[in-house]
Ligand binder design. Sequence first.
Ligand code: HEM
Ligand SMILES: [Cu+2]
Length: 647
Amino acid sequence: MDWDKFKVHGEPLIYGAMASIVLATIGIIVGLTYFKKWGYLWREWLTTVDHKRIGIMYILAALLMLFRGGVDAIMMKLQTAAPDMKFLDAQHYNEVFTTHGLIMILFMAMPFIIGLMNVIVPLQIGARDVAFPRLNAVSFWLFFFGAMLLNISFVIGGSPDAGWSAYFPLASLEFSPTVGNNYYSLALQISGIGTLITGVNFIVTILKMRAPGMKLMKMPMFTWSVLITNVIIVFAFPVLTVALALMMFDRLFGSQFFTMANGGMDMLWANLFWVWGHPEVYIVVLPAFGIYSEIIATFSKKNLYGYTSMVFSMLIISLLSFLVWAHHFYTMGQGAMVNSFFSITTMAIAVPTGVKIFNWLFTLRKGRITFTTPMLYTLAFIPIFTIGGVTGVMLAMASADYQYHNTMFLVAHFHYVLIPGAVFAVIAGFHYWFPKVFGFRLNERLGKHAFWWIIISFNVSFFPLFILGLKGMTRRQYTYSADTGFGPLSMVSFVGAIGLAIGFVILVYNIYWSTRYEPRDTDGDPWDARTLEWATKSPIPAYNFAVVPNVKTRDAYWSAKQDKVPLFEDKITKIHMPSNTGKPFILGVIFFIAGFSLVFSLWIPAILSGVGILIVLAAMSFDRDHGFYIPAEEVIATEKKLRGETV
Ligand code: HEM
Ligand SMILES: [Cu+2]
């Protein structure tokens, strides 16, 4: 066997990363053993099927990935801060922007959103869990081990280096001979299957598990956005699955789907990738719209303006998102007719998006606004996202795109869309729903500090890129000479990135500080909010609602508080719960081993783990465990305790 394939040579950076991974692993193992936490970890977390805990694990993993993607970003900014920097070489710069893009979108933004929807959606619709709790655990572990597979590429074998879009022929064996793009095809495949399962699970959950009386048009806006998002997932992800499978065949078994010779078509990859890739952007942005809608309504103390048009504009956006993919390669010679078509569809998306922006503004109008941290992020989102949107319309014009294409202008544009449109949203949602999950708020003063650092630094870091792009600085360019004149603005951009990092550090510090010092609130409704998730106590009991709520209006909890519409009318009875299971975790581990073996073409372990996967799946199918009941007396006791009464 050729051991050399596993090694990554060269840089102190990589040896540093290897050493810290080993140290962190040893640290975790020693810590768990010392505090005797292995059993707790296994029983309460690794085997859990509770949507709230699965959601928390998604969010923790996403925060970890935000750190990793952020370190990648800082490294790139440092390398391009001044002319002729020697911090990263060309190969490493390629690897770093590739993993940065992949991690930020697939392993940070999307799981963060999926984490929030796991925690919140069942509560918002008055359900006790998702439709298929065990499948939900499968989704999480496939996502998690897929993410881990991509992450180890940095220290074992080398990372993918052909951009997050992995265009062929660049990503083919011929031009990218390291195992990096094998990792790409397998890590994304494994976590992508997890996401696809999530899609099915949440569509069924939202369509079938709503509390009695909650008609579709009475659903909270976040739930609507999640429903539409999961429909997009179910249509978009199979395309990725197929594209990645073909990529794997090309790279591992010598097929010629995307090669330039023997009848292969490199543009087939670009098309398949963006047929998934563009809807993917909406998969992270639509739930963000949902989060902002909830926050704006809550902190303006008003009904959301234009509910119906909000729903319809999301439906139209989801449809259009599948009709715009070729705007990513206007310059690849597809002709004026095709470019015009995609130009028009792309610009059309601005219309429903504009409808939403105006609806938010009208909701704010004459509202009694409170400037909490989540509300501040929401208010900052509106103008910043609009800059992202307007530059998007500029890029949508095919002929003008010949100028913008592959420049820093594009990089500025999509960060102006994705950071307010996904990152600010998950941070806002995180601050907003944190007290629901943990029973205390994040500190507002620290929260606002972090907010100002993040918002100002974001603009300092990314606005200069618009100018640099128009001056001709290309993206994915690892260095430049002083006479290009790119130096000063690149330095400004680097300083902004450092400011962003400081903002995130304050945010994380806030979590630590608040855990220790913030006063606990057991009331469960600290913001005087509107939707059903606030009708349970905090922290939320395992069964969510002792009695299933009866919904009569939109924002049911608000009308229960304002107009004394009764919400919980039934008697407490025994509650059915699913039992925990270790199989999804084991499945994830075996998928990881299978993926790793395939990356290095180790056929025997690959086949064995393939058989292992089938065995676990069979075991899951024949599982006769139908869950258990919590007796009514126990529910009553828990409820009393949560209300602070003695039992
Ligand atoms: C937190 C601050 C961030 C900074 C400082 C940052 C910085 C950068 C830089 C320097 C590049 C490479 C530009 C180039 O040379 O082509 C880049 C690319 C990229 N970033 Fe970010 N980024 C940040 C956050 C994000 C987030 C939150 C996302 C997505 C949700 C994201 C998605 C991407 C993508 C998709 C690419 C393109 C990768 C490629 O060319 O293959 N970034 N970013
Ligand atoms: Cu697109």
